[in-house]
Design a protein around this ligand. Structure first.
Ligand code: CA
Length: 496
C-alpha cells in the first residue's frame, strides 16, 4: 500500500489556452509518477456563464458540454467527450477522479413563474420583513437545448426554497419561497445569520421528494456516464445533511461501490461545527480541514510570533484524523477570491511538510502550487490586480517522498514555539523508508530526535531545505537534525 495524495486540478481563474480536461488527460501519467493517487476536478456541467463559468453557478447537471445551452456547447473546461476521456485516462493511470457535485443551488432558469414569497432579513434569515406577496422569478428550468434527453424532469418553483431576484420588481433580496413543504428555510448545519440554508441563486428545496428522487436518478446517470471514483460535495453547510446521507447511501448501495466522498464545510472559527457535522453525517464523508488551513494562514502572517507547537490544535486532523482532508489553499482562498486567505509563500513548504509527511489526514495539493497561475481580477474597491502564484519547485519531490518514505511510527517533537519536528521510522514494506522533519519560523533550528534503531549508522541528508550537513544516526537511532531560518528540512537516508 502507498500513501494517498490528492490534487485539486484547477484554480478559480484557470484560463490557459489548453482546455482543462485535455490537460488532465495529458498529465495523467506524470501525476502518477509524482505520487498523486486522486484528483478533484471542477464542476463539469453547463452553468449560467456558459464557457466562461467555473461551474459553481450550475444550470443543467445533465449537460457536461454536450448541448447548445447558455451560448455554447463546451463548458470552460471542454466537451463532454473530453471530460469522459480525462476520467478514463486518469483512472487507467491509477489516479482516482473525484467529481465536484453542486447540489445547493441552480442558476439561470429558462422561464418566469409567479412565486409566493416573503422578504427575509438578510442578516437574520429567521425574520420575515414582509407579508406574503407574489413576484415573477426565474424558477422554471425546461432545458430546451437538451430537449428531454437523459431526463424529462422540469424544475419549477416547488423545487426551490429561496431566490434572490424578483424580475418584475428588478429587486435583489433574500426571498423565502412559500410552498407546501414547511415554514421558511430548511434546517441546515449552519446557523450563521440565523439559518444559512440560502447561499445564492435558486436554493434547492430538498423537502420536495421529487427533487430528491431526480438527484438520485442523476447520480446514477452521472456515474454510469463517467465512472468516477468519488465525489466532492459543494457547500454542504447549506444543505440538509439528511438528504446528503440519503444520496450517498443510495449511490453506494445502488452500485455496491464504496465511493470516496469529501464534503466542503467551510469553517474557520469553531471546530465544534465540524465535529457536529461528522456526527450528522455519521462519518459517511471526509471533510476538508479548513481549521488547519486557517492555522497555516495565521502562522504565515504572524511569522516568529506564531506558536508553532500549537499549529495542529483545534483542527479536524487532531480530533478525526481518519476523516480529515488536509490542504494549504483552494480556489476560494486564493488571492482575490471570496474567502481569500492565501498562505504566504515563505510558509507554503512548511505547510506542505505538515500535510505530506505526517501520518494523519489525506493531503490535497493545490493546482497553482504544482503548475503556477497567472490572472487578473479586481479588488472589492474595483482596482484591477495582476496576480502571479509561483509554483513550489520542491512540491513534486515532496509528494514522491510522501509516497516512498513517509511510513512507520511517528514521534512528535512539537515542543517549541519557533521550532518543531517529527520523525517516521519507516517500515519493512517500503525500502529505505523513514524520515525526519525540522521546521522553524524564526532562527535556524535543531532538534535531537529519534528516527529508529533500524537506521543506526546510516547517513541522512536534507532534500528540501538545502541544509548542507550529512548526519549519521547513532546506535540508539537518534541524531541532531537541523533546519535553516524560516525554513523546513526533510532528512532522508542518503543513497549508498
Ligand atoms: Ca440550501
Amino acid at each position: 500500500m502507498i500513501n494517498q495524495t490528492l490534487l485539486q486540478f484547477f484554480h478559480w481563474y484557470y484560463n490557459d489556452e489548453e482546455k482543462l480536461w485535455k490537460k488532465a488527460a495529458k498529465e495523467a501519467a506524470h501525476l502518477k509518477e509524482i505520487g498523486i493517487t486522486g484528483v478533484w476536478l471542477p464542476p463539469a456541467y453547463k452553468s449560467t456563464e456558459g464557457d466562461n463559468s467555473t461551474g459553481y453557478d450550475c444550470y443543467d447537471l445533465y449537460d457536461l458540454g454536450e448541448f447548445d445551452q447558455k451560448g455554447t456547447v463546451p463548458t470552460k473546461y471542454g466537451t463532454k467527450d473530453d471530460y469522459v476521456n480525462a476520467i478514463k485516462v486518469l483512472q487507467e493511470n491509477e489516479v482516482a477522479v473525484l467529481a465536484d457535485v453542486v447540489f445547493n443551488h441552480k442558476a439561470g432558469g429558462d422561464e418566469l413563474e409567479e412565486v409566493h414569497v416573503k422578504r427575509v432579513n438578510p442578516d437574520n434569515r429567521l425574520e420575515y420583513t414582509s407579508d406574503e406577496f407574489t413576484i415573477k422569478a426565474w424558477t422554471k428550468f425546461t432545458f430546451p437545448g437538451r430537449n428531454g434527453k437523459y431526463s424529462t424532469f422540469i424544475w419549477d418553483k416547488s423545487c426551490f426554497s429561496g431566490i434572490d431576484w424578483a424580475e418584475d420588481l428588478q429587486e435583489t433580496a433574500v426571498f423565502s419561497i412559500q410552498n407546501e413543504y414547511g415554514e421558511g428555510f430548511e434546517e441546515v448545519p449552519s446557523q450563521e445569520m440565523g439559518n444559512y440554508d440560502y447561499l445564492m441563486f435558486n436554493d434547492i428545496e430538498f423537502r420536495n421528494e421529487a427533487v430528491r428522487e431526480e438527484l438520485k436518478r442523476w447520480g446514477e446517470w452521472y456515474f454510469e456516464t463517467c465512472g468516477m471514483a468519488g465525489f466532492r460535495m459543494d457547500a454542504v453547510k447549506h444543505i440538509d445533511p439528511a438528504f446528503l446521507n440519503e444520496w450517498i447511501d443510495h449511490m453506494r448501495g445502488h452500485f455496491d461501490k464504496d465511493f470516496f466522498v469529501i464534503g466542503e464545510n467551510w469553517e474557520l472559527n469553531d471546530i465544534e461545527n465540524l465535529r457536529r457535522y461528522v456526527d450528522q453525517t455519521e462519518g459517511r464523508m471526509q471533510l476538508f480541514d479548513s481549521m488547519l488551513h486557517h492555522n497555516f494562514y495565521q502562522a504565515a502572517l504572524q511569522g516568529s510570533d506564531y506558536d508553532l507547537s500549537k499549529i495542529l490544535e483545534n483542527t479536524l486532523i487532531e480530533s478525526h484524523p481518519h476523516l480529515a482532508i488536509t490542504f494549504v489553499d483552494n480556489h476560494d482562498s486564493q488571492p482575490l477570491q471570496s474567502l481569500e486567505a492565501y498562505v504566504d509563500f515563505w510558509f507554503r513548504p512548511l505547510a506542505y511538510a505538515l500535510i505530506l509527511f505526517r501520518e494523519q489526514g489525506i493531503p490535497c495539493l493545490f493546482y497553482s502550487d504544482l503548475y503556477g497561475a497567472k490572472y487578473v481580477d479586481t479588488t472589492a474597491d474595483g482596482n484591477p490586480v495582476d496576480v502571479e502564484l509561483v509554483y513550489l519547485d520542491k512540491l513534486e519531490l515532496m509528494s514522491t517522498i510522501r509516497r516512498d518514505l513517509a511510513y512507520g511510527i511517528q514521534t512528535d517533537y512539537l515542543d517549541h514555539p519557533n521550532c518543531i519536528g517529527w520523525t517516521r521510522t519507516g517500515d519493512e514494506e517500503h525500502q529505505d523508508s523513514g524520515l525526519a522533519v525540522v521546521m522553524s519560523n524564526g532562527e535556524a533550528g535543531n532538534k535531537n530526535m529519534e528516527v529508529g534503531k533500524g537506521h543506526a549508522g546510516k547517513v541522512f541528508v536534507d532534500v528540501v531545505g538545502g541544509h548542507e550537513s550529512e548526519i549519521t544516526i547513532d546506535e540508539e537511532g537518534r541524531a541532531e537534525f537541523y533546519c535553516n531560518p524560516g525554513s523546513v528540512s526533510v532528512w532522508i537516508r542518503k543513497k549508498d
